[in-house]
Design a protein around this ligand. Structure first.
Ligand code: ISL
Ligand code: CA
Length: 558
């Protein structure tokens, strides 16, 4: 198989938030189709669509009721076909988001399954008897509460690692696996070009479903250490690869929380037996809370030293063996300019967004850009609980503040301002008209208050905007093979520098030196820059050599 995805750049669209075409306040497929020219202008190769399938939308489409039908709020199958053919005409590939660790409780498999122990679909899900009056084990759901729900009619509990409306599929059942492969082949036959696989490394559950370790403050045990990278996971993915990937020229990326480099080398090995790459989460965990009961809810700031050490570990460990994905943002994460950059004033917002992009986009791997990142959209900074929509944020507030009294409401709202998934999901800011040009109706999620200052229209009119900087980064990746294939090394003196990230990429002919000032301070730093070096990109218009201005980022080629 060709590996075209190695020098491709992916753009993620969150359908509900991209562009509403009919005024119902919800983004939709015709809206996305209308905006494909904009996406093309950015220069990316692949568009990843978060789930667009029929779904009761308990978790914004990550609860699928029918894998082969389009959610009516998003449009019809004909709308999808139009989107796909326009994308292909523009030379854009389409990556589908498949969620097969679980389905919606409204999926026909589950509706059958819960009818009783003798139903042929019973074994499609994970049903167990309780232990006396208790659940089968002590696991908690990732969205708070227990991971088991008792079903009165059929007299057993079913497992749901996420919401109760998201029952986990039983991958031990060969029929489940074959049904999933059939569904994937159906989409691939339709012409889609790839799959992003939701929490794919959770599908193999441990034998006997034993209790997990629990700390004092946690109401339930975190099952992640037991369900992530389970004992049959590689067998399942190799089987999927034989049945699906080997038959189509598709790119695959697996979402893999709690994956380390050793496991990732198996998932995304260059031998191509499983996936092309995985999303690792270690760099997303650097600003989480030290108390496991609070999870990611925190106002801790990640240090450059930690971020660099982590990214470097991944660059070095996978080199020549496996393939990295590169990302700062997705629909579950806060906006990177607010998280690791500086959004307190316009000048620093623009400079720091470009600086962060520079750090990431010269590394080895396939970069993923999340909608709005390319114009430096910021966190939403909602002020009250009722502004939030995401079930995970709302549940967490109630559990941590009202039930457990671990912290007060004001503190929790501050943490949510930093980490809520709603920060990523506010509507795309197209222009300064009502609702940021996203919709003429009442929007399902509040528009960020700053849309008059930060929007696509403004970015496109400013040749110095973050948009054009991303466009240039993507173009450079397409032109310079060293960005795809070169070796990565930290500049030796830079390993412990708390302020600057400096690294090189090298192949036989070319060296790139990437220098990024992570701070708002002016610094004096010396680097070995040969006379023939050419500056190929920078977020300042002039080069002042050893002097690094606030958030200055630049790349030399020699
Ligand atoms: O959102 C998270 C915290 O930032 C993660 O813990 C997230 O729940 C985890 O990465 C799994 O995410 C994926 O599966 C979920 C869905 O809600 C997310 O949107 C999806 O990306 C369940 O399908
Ligand atoms: Ca709509």
């Amino acid at each position: 198989m060709k590996s075209w995805w190695k020098n491709s750049v992916v753009y993620q669209v969150y359908p509900a938030s991209y562009q509403d075409s009919n005024g119902d306040g919800i983004g939709d497929l015709p809206g996305i189709t209308n905006r494909l020219d904009y996406i093309k202008k950015l220069g990316v190769d692949i568009v990843w669509l978060s789930p667009i399938y029929k779904s009761p939308q308990v978790d914004n489409g990550y609860d699928i009721a029918d894998y082969q039908a389009i959610n009516p709020d998003f449009g019809s199958m004909k709308d999808f076909d139009n989107l796909l053919s326009k994308a292909h005409r523009l030379g854009l590939k389409i990556m589908m988001d498949i969620v097969v660790n679980h389905t919606s409780d409204e999926h026909k498999w589950f509706k059958e399954s819960r009818k009783g122990k003798d139903n042929p679909y019973r074994d499609y899900y994970i049903w167990r008897d309780g232990k006396g009056d208790n659940a089968p084990n002590n696991w908690g759901s990732f969205f708070t509460g227990p991971a088991w729900k008792f079903d009165k009619e059929s007299g057993q509990y079913y497992l749901h690692l996420f919401a109760p409306q998201q029952p986990d599929l039983n991958w031990e059942n060969k029929k489940v696996r074959n049904s999933v492969y059939d569904m994937m082949n159906w989409w691939a036959d339709k012409g889609v070009d790839g799959f992003r696989m939701d929490v794919i490394n959770y599908i193999s559950k441990p034998e006997g479903l034993p209790d997990a370790a629990k700390t004092k403050d946690e109401m339930y045990a975190n099952p992640e250490p037991l369900v992530a990278n389970g004992h049959r996971i590689h067998e399942f993915l190799q089987e999927m690869n034989k049945n699906v990937m080997s038959k189509h020229d598709v790119v695959t990326v697996g979402e893999a929380p709690a994956v380390n480099t050793e496991e990732a080398i198996k998932y995304s090995n260059l031998n191509g037996k499983e996936l092309n790459m995985v999303f690792q989460f270690e760099h997303m965990g650097l600003d989480g809370n030290n108390n496991p009961a609070l999870g990611r809810w925190s106002d801790k700031k990640a240090t450059l030293t930690d971020i660099r050490a982590n990214l470097t570990k991944w660059q070095e460990a996978l080199e020549g063996k496996a393939w990295n994905s590169l990302y700062w943002n997705n629909h579950d994460q806060p906006r990177v300019v607010s998280r690791f950059g500086n959004d307190t004033n316009e000048k620093y917002r623009v400079l720091s967004a470009k600086m962060l992009a520079t750090i990431l986009h010269f590394q080895q791997g396939t970069p993923f850009i999340f909608e709005g990142e390319e114009i430096g959209m910021t966190n939403a900074y909602f002020k009250t609980l009722d502004e939030y929509v995401d079930l995970d944020s709302i549940n967490s507030y109630h559990q941590i503040v009202d039930e457990q009294h671990l912290i007060d409401g004001t503190t929790m709202l501050k943490y949510m301002g930093r980490h809520s998934r709603d920060n990523a999901r506010t509507p795309m800011q197209w222009d300064d008209s009502a609702n940021a040009g996203f919709s003429t109706g009442k929007t399902w999620e509040h528009v960020n208050r700053n849309y008059k200052e930060i929007n696509v229209d403004k970015a496109l009119k400013d040749s110095d905007s973050i948009f054009y900087y991303y466009q240039k980064l993507i173009k450079l990746r397409h032109e310079l093979a060293v960005i795809t294939d070169g070796t990565y090394a930290l500049v030796p003196d830079n390993v412990n520098d708390p302020d600057v990230y400096a690294y090189t990429r090298k192949d036989k002919e070319t060296t790139l030196l990437i220098i990024a000032n992570y701070t708002d301070k002016e610094l004096q730093k010396e680097y070995d820059i040969p006379d023939n070096a050419k500056e190929i990109i920078s977020n300042y218009s002039t080069d002042q050599g050893d002097k690094l201005r606030p958030y200055e980022a630049k790349v030399y080629q020699f």
